[in-house]
Design a protein around this ligand. Sequence first.
Ligand SMILES: Cc1cc2nc3c(=O)[nH]c(=O)nc-3n(C[C@H](O)[C@H](O)[C@H](O)COP(=O)(O)OP(=O)(O)OC[C@H]3O[C@@H](n4cnc5c(N)ncnc54)[C@H](O)[C@@H]3O)c2cc1C
Ligand code: SF4
Ligand code: SF4
Length: 420
Amino acid sequence: MSGTDPAATDGPRPGVPQAGVKGVGEDPREQDRDVAEAPGKIWFRDLDEAVIEADRCIQCASCVAACPSDSIGIDEDEGRPTLVKMCTGCSRCWDFCPRSGLRYERHLELTQAERGLAEPVTYAARATDEAADAGQDGGVVTALLTELIEAGEIDGAIVAREREDEPLRGEAVLATSREELLAAVGSVYNQTMGLGQVDELLADADLGDDPDLALVGTPCMIQGATALDRYDHEPADPIALTVALMCTRSFEHSRLVSRLETFDVDPDAVDTLDISDGQLRATDAGGETLLETDVDAFDAAGLRGCDECADFVGGAADISVGNVGSPDGETTVVVRTETGESAWETAAPDLEAAAIDRPGTLEKLADWNRRRAESILPREYDPEAGIGISYEHHRESYDGTDREPEPLNPARVHQYEEWC
Ligand SMILES: Cc1cc2nc3c(=O)[nH]c(=O)nc-3n(C[C@H](O)[C@H](O)[C@H](O)COP(=O)(O)OP(=O)(O)OC[C@H]3O[C@@H](n4cnc5c(N)ncnc54)[C@H](O)[C@@H]3O)c2cc1C
Ligand code: SF4
Ligand code: SF4
């Protein structure tokens, strides 16, 4: 992907200290530390309190990817970002986080204006190879990526595969062949933080100095990847194509598994989990239904930060895919950029596709999703406002609400005393 920089005309720019951020004398921690904080510093600790401890983190891994000193890692057990070494207070994690410093709705607006086709095209599609039956819906993502790799258009794709040691828990993997893509087919309903693992995944692969990758993920992860790309940050360099999985909610793995158990469903017995038409279905390897219930029954297992998300369709991606608006066994595909169009044309021989003229059901769900976010976001939802949200502005909007920053987890305080 290539980036342009609208910062000059669009207010504060992520990655650059913003006007009105915390300054000397404004931070209560100065008293603890007995030192004045340099103007403009926002530490990972601030992000942790405002987003992670406040149970608003959507595990998109933008902060992990944005940190220039690799100070933010991923807590394997909890599946959340965590400090692993000294934080320099550079503010980048704050600036690129769609739950704090990044006004994601503005980023979507700008990305579409810069990269979007005049008329995005929507299809109902199905693979014509083995991905069709194996896929979550029409197997289109798997067929598309396979074709792109085999045509030499990309070197690999960051996708998700169920972990061998834990049922229904996904992990990010870099697939470089048809076999590896087929092994990662289907949806996993938890975040895998693949954006934060690009370097590690590449280090284990042999793809040369300048590989081109596809990144598949939930819309919030694609927001982070494309925001990093717009401001020319290195982690986005290898990402040549973004594919968003349409999404109204992802889940906290442990809560999802516990909830299934309350319905007497053994998570080990679940082969496929599917959420469509407002229903959650769990089936075993023989195709027998283990559970079918209203997805609202799983509300408490969802990531609470998803309620603040208005990006059901993945508006920053080159291509978005879902099931809404297509017949069973087909994937709804929205091609929205020239990069997406070119990838779609390459994959066309492996797909059966028909354009959908008026994707009404899709628009209805996207509209519901936006209204939900607008009603829950403590800050204003404003696609025309500046792209950066300062620490102060965040605190003014969130303090006193049920989403206000929470004090650090005592178990982690020692890390911050040492590193932050
Ligand atoms: C959390 C979540 C919520 C979703 N909610 C909706 C919804 O409300 N409405 C809707 O229409 N569609 C939703 N989808 C998308 C839908 O489930 C299918 O992924 C989509 O229709 C593509 O189907 P396919 O058969 O073409 O994909 P496949 O060919 O099966 O390929 C799917 C690809 O996505 C990758 N993948 C799966 N899960 C993840 C993940 N968590 N992170 C990164 N990569 C992943 C797989 O490894 C695979 O490469 C959701 C997906 C997820 C992961
Ligand atoms: S929402 Fe994303 S960027 Fe923000 S703290 Fe969580 S993982 Fe990091
Ligand atoms: S609903 Fe939004 S915030 Fe939650 S996982 Fe999906 S894209 Fe991310």
